[in-house]
Design a protein around this ligand. Structure first.
Ligand SMILES: Nc1ncnc2c1ncn2[C@@H]1O[C@H](COP(=O)(O)OP(=O)(O)O)[C@@H](O)[C@H]1O
Ligand SMILES: [Mg+2]
Length: 278
């Protein structure tokens, strides 16, 4: 697999030639002589190479380059309408790739259907949760395992989810629609976990939730990552997302304009001004 273009471009070593947007894209480590060698091409798990997509005639992603390595938490931050959800929906196959390529674990996802992408362990927790309001908490969780037929293991995973989110255990017979926003977000994440994801895609998990609940949810995401789940998270809540992440990308109107280690991005004046209100 040849991801050299992508990773070098990310490190600011070369003028990327393939995708026009990257000429505006900067890394926060760009002025340093030895960029983060951890962004090595070999262990890239998810790779976007010059990805374009859109709706109808309108192009929304104008050639996105990004990578997520196995075991990382990577965040994609940006204002409302930047194209963050579109990026996740393209990765999960709901939106088709118009140009460029999305690769997972060395294999192109371009021509796969959403269920085939789920089968590869890429599980999307969409914006707005989208749990089943008329099913109980337990039934919602069971739906998350719909591609599996290992009954005993499913039961064991259900117990694990209830341990991770005790509130869901308490509410297991309650209808999904009667849960609070925070509980629904927990249910949506737990449901994705029932598919035993390799990569968890989280779209604005903090949206509309109280800071205390956001902290709880992000702590659990951190735990899941520590146990081996790779996480790609999309957030307008840039500070919370970057605090949680190893690396981040900043998106503006369908282009990546900045990327780098999360702790550097948090300090970057451009990020502070645009997203952190400082
Ligand atoms: N289903 C859709 N049909 C048409 N345009 C859409 C659709 N979804 C999103 N868009 C447009 O695509 C752009 C990016 O949207 P989105 O990916 O949802 O941004 P973000 O998640 O960063 O807020 C916006 O201009 C939005 O209006
Ligand atoms: Mg969105």
């Amino acid at each position: 697999m040849d991801n050299n273009d992508t990773s070098k471009a990310e490190q600011g070593e070369v003028e990327p030639s393939k995708s026009q947007p990257s000429e505006e894209s900067k890394t926060v480590e760009e002025s340093q002589p030895a960029p983060d060698k951890a962004i090595a091409s070999e262990d890239n798990y998810v790779v976007f190479k010059g990805v374009k997509t859109g709706y109808g005639q309108m192009e929304v992603l104008h050639g996105i380059d990004l990578t997520v390595k196995k075991g990382e938490i990577v965040s994609l931050i940006g204002a409302n309408g930047a194209g963050k959800s579109t990026t996740l929906m393209t990765l999960s196959g709901v939106n088709r790739v118009w140009d460029g390529e999305i690769i997972f674990d060395g294999e192109s996802l371009n021509n796969l259907q959403p269920h085939e992408i789920v089968a590869r362990g890429i599980c999307h927790v969409p914006e707005g949760r989208q749990i089943f309001p008329d099913l109980t908490v337990r039934e919602n969780l069971q739906m998350g395992a719909f591609l599996r037929n290992d009954k005993d293991e499913i039961q064991a995973d259900l117990e694990k989810c209830f341990k991770l989110f005790p509130i869901l255990d308490e509410r297991s017979t309650q209808l999904g629609g009667t849960l609070s926003g925070g509980e629904q977000q927990m249910l949506a994440i737990a449901r994705a976990l029932m598919a035993r994801p390799n990569v968890l895609l989280l779209d604005e998990p903090s949206l509309g939730l109280a800071p205390f609940i956001i902290q709880q949810i992000f702590a659990i995401v951190k735990d899941l990552n520590a146990q081996g789940t790779t996480v790609f998270i999309v957030e307008q809540n840039a500070k919370a997302a970057l605090r949680l992440s190893h690396r981040g990308y900043v998106m503006e109107t369908g282009k990546i304009v900045l990327s780098g280690k999360a702790e550097k991005l948090i300090e970057d004046p451009r990020v502070r001004e645009a997203f952190l209100g400082e």
